[in-house]
Design a protein around this ligand. Structure first.
Ligand SMILES: CC(C)(COP(=O)(O)OP(=O)(O)OC[C@H]1O[C@@H](n2cnc3c(N)ncnc32)[C@H](O)[C@@H]1OP(=O)(O)O)[C@@H](O)C(=O)NCCC(=O)NCCS
Length: 166
């Protein structure tokens, strides 16, 4: 699937498809207005994944000072376990990684697929926000990914990141 995947910046014209995927992906979906707000922020990175021209996934990431906050990521249920979310996160990192940059996110501790995915791309868990989710008062697990500082003679990006397979 990822062989035929196109990843590009999200556009306002994608948002009706985004909202449709969002409603299939979450019990408490974001509204159209929330996506419009995120897309309007010039400092953010919002990416769409398309397979055969159809939008099947997206990631929304906002920057607050020096920290990138992964606000939302979802893959259409019939397109999961094909590496699409991993490919979106790798594209995000390709665009935003720099020495010392940090990413953070909140995830439900019950959301094992998402936690496994975040671990797989370098996030580690660090603490909880008690009762963070309004629907069931579930805690949020807080996760972080920090881009290492290269040594004085190191090239940037590190060779290990340059040709990472999707
Ligand atoms: C979480 C989600 C985005 C993952 O998308 P995906 O495209 O299926 O993920 P990928 O195929 O890129 O998987 C990457 C890795 O994540 C882990 N993973 C993904 N789905 C998993 C599952 N159901 N169970 C266990 N691990 C899983 C695996 O380690 C996987 O690597 P592998 O397939 O090589 O074993 C998708 O399940 C989704 O949209 N869920 C609903 C929305 C959501 O919960 N978003 C996150 C909010 S914090």
């Amino acid at each position: 699937m990822t062989d035929h995947l196109e990843i590009r910046p999200l556009r306002y014209s994608d948002l009706s498809q985004v909202v449709a995927v969002e409603r299939r992906a979450f019990p408490m979906p974001w509204s159209l207005a929330m996506f419009v707000l995120e897309l309007s922020k010039e400092s953010g990175i919002c990416l769409a994944a398309l397979g055969e021209g159809r939008l099947c996934a997206y990631v929304i990431c906002s920057r607050y000072d020096t920290v990138w906050h992964v606000m939302n990521i979802a893959v259409d249920p019939d397109q999961r376990r094909r590496g699409i979310a991993r490919a979106l996160l790798r594209e995000l990192f390709a665009r935003a990684d720099a020495p010392g940059v940090q990413y953070t996110l909140e995830v439900r501790p019950s959301n094992r697929p998402a936690i496994e995915m975040y671990h797989g791309v370098g996030f580690t868990s660090a603490g909880r926000r008690p009762g963070y989710y309004h629907d069931n008062r579930e805690d949020a697990m807080i996760m972080w990914r920090t881009v290492g500082e290269p040594g004085p003679d190191a090239a940037w990006p590190p060779a290990s990141d340059q040709a990472a397979p999707a």
